[in-house]
Design a protein around this ligand. Structure first.
Ligand SMILES: *[C@@H]1O[C@H](CO)[C@@H](O)[C@H](O)[C@H]1NC(C)=O
Ligand SMILES: *[C@@H]1O[C@H](CO)[C@@H](O)[C@H](O)[C@H]1NC(C)=O
Ligand SMILES: *[C@@H]1O[C@H](CO)[C@@H](O)[C@H](O)[C@H]1NC(C)=O
Length: 601
């Protein structure tokens, strides 16, 4: 069991000269400190530590009074919460791989059809009772990167016998090893050559000497639709490209679940009736190898959506073994309408390039899909219905893939990077079970040794300009970051994507489109206060974080003292180890560092 520490209230408030009127309030505070101390000794895991107690003399009497009054309110909430912390129960076994918003039978009952039942419908399955998703019985901590990229534990993912038996397509090959492991890769080129050959072929078809030249040619971000088990993306990562796997929700053998388990970027998504949660002009390449999208259907709407997220001069790669002549001519006909040029065809692989000329879509050109009017532009295209128009043609971001520039960087960028750089240094040193012990570590102590920092899949839940991602890269950590931009904040996602990072728009009042246990670390700076001001449930948010965090994964929340105290109370209910860190510099900011336990009783 963990060692519990009494909650120590910041004592600096009792030092220095005070005007006499404040003594009454101070006495009240002391009483509540006492209540809190007694209360916490009988309840579980209310861990907090004051890193430094710097005597700070308040010269401003009014500020002191306000401070004391608000502390009083927080202490009251705290002690009443501590007296009866109701623990949230565990979900049943049927919810081990639960992804909210994707209940196909409930969607059918609600009247969705023609494929829309496979879409994300959060409104259909709302108001589920609170429960904590538990891991499968034989769940084991994933192997660390890079070994974990090629070998995963069988019990950690849901995959059927049939899915093992079928040899799979180029991107879906896997092998069951002894000791209940699944292997995706082998040095035996004869068995696993498909993906590398394919990558070389694509590079040659776009006129490069080899696939090592993708980066110089401006191809840095790839959306791999229906990625198999992510092997193509894994190969691209080794070439320093960022490939995101995107696939529809699947009950078993999920491409997204398996990719994430391998430490590869992935997200659940489809575009049967709604746009993807990415802005226009996001990716340098869209890749589909037998990805299951019927590109010839729905009056070309799927191709229009692929065109929307492609950057000018970007590539659309289609690898399909059994395209009928009809389907092919339909696709080829439609690609003209969206100003794509077929630049290569070899066997079953086709590559089109999107035009770099926005004038191509001008409404005077016969038969071409016209540009979107303002109301269909996608400043916040959060799951909006698909639209039959071309977005982004008069955007400042209409920059051909081949003309990668360093971009105009504002001061805000640098601020975000600078603060993230020092924040990461601090967080990293805190990510050790030691901080929950009697002798907590202080920020910026020496790095803990593995395995405590086995961190590969990171989510920055309120990513701003992608500063944390930048800091991870700069520090040379072998992690990737899913940059999430909350729809309630300024839409900085285009700026994040233009740096070659990956990211997605999301409404944190709703569940995130991923499988349980898919992230090793969740980070959120300022998200709690922004959600509280919107009236969203912090309990729902933390339960959702618990779902997507793997056992023994880490959470780092940075916020104002009020929301942090609020969240800390909930961490007791969901049985996380948690500690509040009082930042030395800034009196109002706190860090909440938490770890999800491996087993919960
Ligand atoms: C999905 O919806 C059906 C029908 O409403 C319901 O019976 C079932 O429990 C739901 N499944 C999950 C995992 O919530
Ligand atoms: C892109 O680069 C080409 C060749 O270097 C140049 O001619 C063209 O003007 C550039 N386009 C833009 C939009 O910067
Ligand atoms: C932290 O301290 C430094 C130097 O004392 C100061 O320049 C900076 O503004 C402080 N930061 C905050 C957030 O208070």
């Amino acid at each position: 069991m963990d060692v519990r520490i009494l909650w120590v209230y910041k004592l600096q408030i009792f030092s220095g000269h005070r005007p006499p009127q404040s003594w009454l309030l101070l006495c009240l505070v002391s009483v509540f400190v006492l209540i809190a101390l007694l209360g916490s000794s009988s309840s579980s895991a209310f861990n907090s530590v004051t890193v430094s107690v710097k005597p700070e003399v308040y010269t401003n009497y009014r500020r002191l009074k306000e401070q004391t009054a608000s502390d009083y309110v927080e202490l009251k909430t705290f002690s009443s919460g501590a007296s009866n912390p109701k623990e949230i129960r565990l979900c049943g076994k049927e919810r081990e791989d639960y992804v909210p918003c994707y209940n196909v039978s409930a969607n059918l009952l609600a009247g969705f059809k023609d494929g829309e039942e496979f879409d994300r419908h959060c409104e259909v399955s709302q108001d589920q009772p609170y429960c904590l998703v538990r891991p499968p019985r034989d769940y084991r901590t994933p192997l660390s990167w890079p070994v974990g990229r090629d070998v995963i534990w069988n019990a950690n993912v849901k995959i059927s016998k049939d899915q093992f038996l079928s040899s799979g397509s180029m991107t879906k090959r896997l092998m069951l090893l002894e000791e209940n492991q699944i292997s995706f890769h082998s040095d035996d080129e004869l068995i696993f050559d498909g993906v590398k050959d394919h990558s070389r072929q694509v590079a040659e078809m776009i006129g490069l000497g080899s696939d090592a030249e993708f980066w110089q040619a401006g191809v840095r971000t790839v959306l791999d639709i229906g990625c198999g088990f992510g092997s193509f993306g894994a190969h691209l990562l080794s070439l320093k490209l960022m490939a995101v796997c995107m696939a529809a929700y699947e009950l078993t053998g999920s491409q997204v679940q398996l990719s994430l388990e391998r430490g590869l970027p992935a997200i659940i998504g489809n575009f049967i009736s709604r746009k993807l949660p990415f802005p226009s002009l996001s990716y340098d390449m869209v890749h589909c190898a037998k990805c299951g999208v019927s590109w010839d259907q729905k009056d070309g709407m799927f191709l229009i959506e692929a065109n929307r997220i492609l950057k000018p001069g970007g590539y659309f790669v289609l690898h399909e073994t059994s395209l009928s002549t009809e389907t092919r001519s339909m696709i080829e006909g439609f690609t003209h309408k969206i100003c794509w040029t077929l630049i290569g065809r070899q066997e079953e692989t086709f590559i089109w390039q999107k035009t770099t000329d926005p004038q191509c879509y001008s409404s005077s050109t016969q038969g071409v899909i016209p540009p979107c009017r303002k109301e269909h532009e996608d400043i916040h295209s959060y799951y909006q219905p698909l639209a039959s128009c071309v977005a982004g043609t008069d955007s400042k971001r209409w920059l051909p893939v081949q003309n990668k520039s360093s971009g105009v960087q504002q001061d805000e960028f640098f601020e975000d990077f600078e603060s993230s750089r020092s924040a990461l240094r601090n967080y990293w040193s805190l990510l050790t079970p030691l901080i929950f012990s009697d002798h907590p570590k202080r920020p910026a102590d020496e790095d803990p040794l593995p395995p405590y920092n086995m961190i590969r899949n990171v989510m920055d839940m309120n990513a701003r300009f992608g500063g944390l991602n930048f800091a991870f890269l700069e520090a040379g950590k072998s992690a990737w970051v899913m940059n999430v931009v909350s729809i309630s904040t300024r839409n900085t996602l285009p700026l994040i994507l233009d740096q070659g990072f990956i990211g997605v728009l999301h409404d944190w009042c709703e569940p995130f489109p991923t499988y349980p246990r898919t992230y090793d670390m969740l980070h959120a700076n300022g998200l709690l206060s922004s959600l509280m001001s919107e009236g969203c449930s912090i309990t729902n948010l933390l339960l959702e974080m618990d779902r997507i965090l793997r056992p023994e994964g880490w959470v780092v929340l940075s916020d104002k003292v009020g929301p942090i105290e609020n969240a800390r109370m909930i961490t007791t209910q969901i049985r996380w180890e948690a500690r509040v860190i009082d930042l030395e510099n800034d009196s109002d900011q706190r860090l909440l560092v938490c770890k999800k336990p491996f087993v919960r009783k």
